[in-house]
Every structure is written in C-alpha cells, then in structure tokens.
Design a protein around this ligand. Structure first.
Ligand code: NAD
Ligand code: UDP
Length: 314
C-alpha cells in the first residue's frame, strides 16, 4: 500500500473533517492546517491520537512550507454570516490562500484540489447550472467577498496550470449539509434543525420559494476523492452537488416533520443578493468521476438531526 502524504487546509471545518476521516481510513498520512475561524477542535479531536494525523494551527493567508503529495484547499468560511463578518479577510483567504497553496504545489510538484463553489454562478440566469455558464455575480454585493474571491481563486488555479504546469483539480460544490456543521453556523439546514429541536420559531427568509439543491456530506467527500484521482490532464471545473432541488419552505416542512417539533415558521427579510435558484447539472461528474449522489434529502436530514440531538441543548 502506498501511504500518500496529504495536506488538507480548513480540515477542522465541517467538510474538511469528514474528508480527513476518509483519507485516513484509506491509509494515508494527513496534515490538517486550520486557524479555527469557523472550524472546531471537536471535529478532529477523535484523530489526535492517530500517528498518521497531524494538526497545525496556521492561517493560509501566510506562506506555509511542507512536503506532501496532494493538497485539498478547503480553508475559507462558507456560511454567509461568517464570510460577511470580515469580508476583507474572506477575500484574502480565498486569494492569498490560493496563491500560497499554489506556490507550494508548484514548488513541491503536488497535485492540488480547490473547493470552489456554486456561488461562482451568483444568482444564475441559466438553470440548471452547467460548468460552461459564466455566472451572474454582483461584484460589489454583500456576497461578493466570497463569490469573487472564489472566482479569482479559480483564475489563479488555471493560470498556475497553464503557466507552471501545476496539476490542478477544481470542484464547484453545491449546498452541503451533515453532522459537524457548527450549530451557530447560520446556514439554513443547521439553523432549521437547531430551531426545531429547541422548539424555537423557524426563520424563513423571504417567501421561502427560493430553491437550493442539498447534498449530504458523504456524497461530497466521495466526489472529492474521485476528482483528485482523475486522469492527469483533467482539471475540471466539475459541479459536485445533488440535482434534487427544493424550495427553502419545503426544506422547513421536511425538518418539522422529521423532528416532530411544534415550532412554527416565521418570515424574515430576504438577505440582499440571495440567489433565487440553484441546481447543478452533473453530467460531467457522472462522465469523468463516475459519480452521482446516493443519499437523498430525508435520509441525510435524519442522520443530521440525530447528530444535532446529541449536541444541542433542548
Ligand atoms: P467551514 O466553515 O466548516 O470550514 C472552513 C474551515 O476553514 C474552518 O475550519 C475554518 O476555521 C478554516 N479557515 C477559514 N479561514 C482560514 C484561514 N485563513 N486559514 C486557515 N484556515 C481557515 O465550511 P465548510 O462547509 O466545511 O466548507 C469547506 C470548503 O468548502 C470551503 O472552502 C467552502 O467555500 C467550500 N464549500 C462548501 C459548501 C457547503 O455547502 N458546505 C458549498 C460550497 C463550497
Ligand atoms: N435561509 C433561511 N433561513 C435561515 C437561513 C437561511 O430561509 O435561517 C435561506 C437563505 O436566505 C437562502 C437559503 O436559505 O435562501 C440557503 O441559505 P444558506 O445560508 O444555507 O446558503 P446559501 O445562501 O449560501 O446557499
């Protein structure tokens, strides 16, 4: 067995910690770099005794040197509440972070995967979204620090590939949920589940008719691993998401039903630039990664609710 050395930035976060579990299970050595901005020690504490796991507290806006075979670049706050808290820092994390990680990949000839996002499509005018759609992003909106930061990161990845032959892989992740989301993360699935379990009002923004396509985290991790293993000349970008689209109101209703809560839905203002619809076209993922999601919404929500029942004070 070949034990690869793999760097995961943002590894103490929701997605990163699941990815690390899987990489270690497959017999690799993993180095997790995280500054704990939105990540939690709790997500990786079960790995601390593993000799093939190493945690380094570091901010990727600063250079970082190490010898590894592969890099998964996930470090970046992903919830609108958190990425808007310090928007300049969010841009720096995406842009300087990408520069630092790409510089490292170039120096040590490592393969590097970028966790990009469906947000590069902004509030899309094409539906469902295919990878060749350029998007509809407000460059000076409240979400632009995240959207434009991730778009520049994709640009940097491709320019390092063309100019310096760096082996890049880009995935565009659509809304993902599951255990280890931070209970105060502010994203819709965790908000609704915590509110339902605590018997609080469920806060629907706008009329709830905006849509999202929700992917369970295990499906995403499978897609990431497959993407990293694709043929040498394949860069992506590839959409990784679940094409089953729901209105946010439907999501609230599912969570009310599955938790059996007496919570009531209340309506709040829709945040500015909130995309009206989102659904991935996953034709390329099916063809190039032989991948499609296996876990549908109710099954994934049930697992996620079970997790939150253990950590939320009722
Ligand atoms: P998360 O907030 O749980 O994890 C992000 C991690 O990055 C955290 O542990 C945080 O502490 C760390 N981090 C932030 N800034 C850093 C910095 N400057 N230096 C080092 N570490 C830093 O979010 P997540 O949902 O796990 O998202 C992981 C990645 O996937 C992000 O890049 C995000 O943009 C991308 N993504 C996620 C989703 C989703 O629905 N979860 C959708 C699209 C894209
Ligand atoms: N949303 C909501 N109530 C909440 C949190 C979010 O209605 O308590 C809505 C939000 O306005 C958006 C959708 O749910 O339309 C998804 O929001 P999230 O922040 O999870 O992700 P993103 O908008 O980045 O897709």
């Amino acid at each position: 067995m070949i034990r690869k050395k793999i760097l995961v930035t943002g590894g103490a976060g929701f997605v990163g910690s699941h990815l690390i579990d899987r990489l270690l299970k497959e017999g690799n050595e993993v180095i997790c770099v995280d500054n704990y901005f939105t990540g939690q020690k709790q997500n990786i504490v079960h790995l601390m005794g593993n000799p093939y796991f190493e945690y380094i507290r570091h901010d990727i806006t600063m250079p970082f040197f190490i010898e590894v075979d592969e890099i998964y670049n996930l470090a970046c706050p992903a919830s609108p509440v958190h990425y808007q808290y310090n928007p300049i820092k969010t841009v720096k994390t995406s842009v300087s972070g990408a520069l630092n990680m790409l510089g490292l990949a170039k120096r040590i000839n490592a393969k590097i995967l970028q966790a990009s996002t469906s947000e590069v499509y902004g509030d899309p005018k094409v539906h469902p979204q295919r990878e060749d759609y350029w998007g509809h992003v407000n460059p000076i909106g409240t979400r632009s620090c995240y959207d434009e930061g991730k778009r520049v990161a994709e640009t940097l990845f491709f320019n390092y590939h063309w100019q310096n032959k760096v082996r890049i892989k880009i995935i565009r992740i659509f809304n993902t949920y599951g255990p280890r989301m931070h209970p105060h993360d502010g994203r819709v699935v965790s908000n609704f589940i915590v509110q339902a379990l605590q018997g609080k009002d469920i806060t629907l923004y706008g009329d709830g008719m905006q849509t999202r396509s929700f992917q369970y985290v295990d499906d995403l991790v499978e897609g990431m691993i497959r993407m990293m293993a694709t043929r040498e000349d394949f860069t992506g970008p590839v959409n990784v998401g679940n094409p089953n689209e729901f209105t946010i109101k439907e999501l609230a209703e599912h969570i009310i039903e599955l938790t059996g809560t007496k919570s009531k839905i209340i309506y709040k203002d829709l945040p500015s630039d909130d995309p009206m619809q989102r659904q991935p076209d996953i034709t390329i993922a099916k063809k190039e990664l032989d991948w499609q999601p296996n876990i549908q919404l109710k099954e994934g929500l049930t697992k996620t609710i079970d997790y939150f029942k253990k950590i939320v004070i009722h």
